[in-house]
Structure formats: structure tokens, C-alpha cells
Design a protein. Structure first.
Length: 249
């Protein structure tokens, strides 16, 4: 599938810094014309620039999902626990996949009775034995690399009236919005943010100013942003204009 190939090509270039046209042809088993067309898409997006015989990355390397559990861990825990404080008794909440949202229920009070909808394996494990939390699980195919369940129909999502959605992202920026690197998870995230609910973004400061190929929502869609360090003034101005509440923990 073209979108998947371009996504994988972007990740490969970001991981290696500079690569040749011949290298990309061999790795993805496509012609030079196909590679050039794909690279034009990435050039327009601004993540690469062309050099003699190849291309070079213009953005910081994104950390592969399987390694994110060990990076910025203290920040992720603080963000998650603060996010959990916004959940009220009787709330029906969606908890997104990701390495930050997994910590939300580590110290969740037993006197709050809520309903959780999620496709996040770590969240499922965290709440499955809590008597005060009713659990609904999305997806019928487990994706090991992101520890989440995917293959979710829009019909199955539409039947749920979620009060609050706690979302993660691979990158966040004013121009590209909330982005994700996995095509299957993109479909889930996009469906959730299109519903009428209060939207919380959980993202450590390293995520801002980065982007991947798939935008699942504009940044203006967010109601609350919970992050780990002060952000650039351009973000603060944008948040004020869009009535987005910034929480730095």
C-alpha cells in the first residue's frame, strides 16, 4: 500500500539521517521513479531535503515505539497521573494507546466509579482487576509493536458516548497537528477525535515540533494539553487563540 510504504520510507530516512536513491530502491523493492515520487511527498511535507544522489532528514529522529517505554519515563508518569485527576465519578472515558497513557490508573482512587474504553493492552491489564472500573475493549487484532488492539470498525466506535478522551501522539505541531506513525492506529485515533467529547492530549515536551506522515487531528481540536516542560511562545499564543488549556507538570 502506497501510504504504508511512504510512512516506512520516512521512518527509515529519519533513522538513518542520509540515504541514497539506490538504497531506497533496494530496500523497498521499487523503481527509481516510484522512489522519486514518494520522496516528493516527503519533501513537500518538510521532513527531508534532497542532496546529490539521495536525501537527508531535516527533522529530529523519532524514537521507535518499542524504545519509548524507557525514555522520559518520569515525565510520562507525571503527565499520566495529572491527566487521571480530571476523571470524575461516573465518567465514560477513552484511553488511547501509547507509552504515557498506560500509567493513568497506577493510583486511581477506589471511590470513583467509571467506565473505560480502550485498545491499550497496558491499560487493560492495569484496570482489569479494579472493581470500580467497568472495562470495554476495542479491536480484534493485537499489534505487538504498539501493544494495542486494532482493526476497529467505525460502527463499533460510533455507538459509544465518550465523555472524555485521553490521547497520545508521536508528534505534535501547529502546522501538522497531532500525528501518528502507524496506519492502523491512525484510523482509531481519527474516529475518536471526531466524536463530541472533551479531548486531552498527553505528550511530553519532546513530541512538540515533530511530525510523522499521518495527521489524525488538528492541534486546535484539543481542549487540554498536559506536558512535561514549558513550550515555545508560539505554542502558548496558539493555545490562547484556540482556548486550549495548557498544563505543565
Amino acid at each position: 500500500m502506497k501510504l504504508v510504504r511512504i510512512q516506512e520510507m520516512e521512518n527509515y530516512i529519519l533513522a538513518n539521517g542520509t540515504v541514497s536513491i539506490d538504497d531506497l530502491c533496494e530496500r523497498f523493492d521499487v523503481s527509481k521513479n516510484t522512489v522519486r515520487r514518494d520522496l516528493n511527498r516527503l519533501t513537500e511535507k518538510g521532513v527531508i531535503e534532497k542532496v546529490y544522489g539521495g536525501v537527508t532528514a531535516t527533522e529530529k529522529q523519532l524514537i521507535p515505539f518499542e524504545n519509548r517505554h524507557h525514555v522520559y519515563n518520569d515525565e510520562k508518569v507525571r503527565i499520566a497521573l495529572h491527566a487521571a485527576s480530571f476523571i470524575e465519578d461516573q465518567d465514560f472515558v477513552y484511553i488511547d494507546s501509547g507509552t504515557t497513557t498506560k500509567w493513568m490508573f497506577d493510583h486511581f482512587p477506589e471511590d470513583k466509579f467509571i467506565t473505560v474504553l480502550t485498545n491499550n493492552l497496558d491499560v487493560i491489564n492495569a484496570v482489569s482487576d479494579k472493581e470500580n472500573i467497568e472495562l470495554f475493549v476495542l479491536g480484534n487484532h493485537y499489534q505487538a509493536k504498539t501493544r494495542s488492539f486494532v482493526n476497529i470498525s467505525s460502527f463499533s466506535l460510533n455507538k459509544y458516548n465518550v465523555d472524555k478522551a485521553f490521547m497520545a501522539c508521536t508528534g505534535a505541531s501547529i502546522s501538522k497537528g497531532l500525528t501518528n506513525a502507524d496506519l492502523h492506529e491512525y484510523e482509531v485515533k481519527k474516529s475518536i477525535v471526531q466524536k463530541e467529547n472533551e479531548l486531552f492530549l498527553l505528550a511530553d515536551a519532546s513530541k512538540f515540533g515533530q511530525s510523522t506522515m499521518l495527521t489524525y487531528a488538528p492541534l486546535s481540536r484539543v481542549d487540554h494539553i498536559i506536558t512535561s516542560a514549558p513550550l515555545d511562545e508560539s505554542y502558548k499564543t496558539f493555545f490562547q487563540e484556540e482556548n486550549i488549556v495548557l498544563h505543565t507538570v
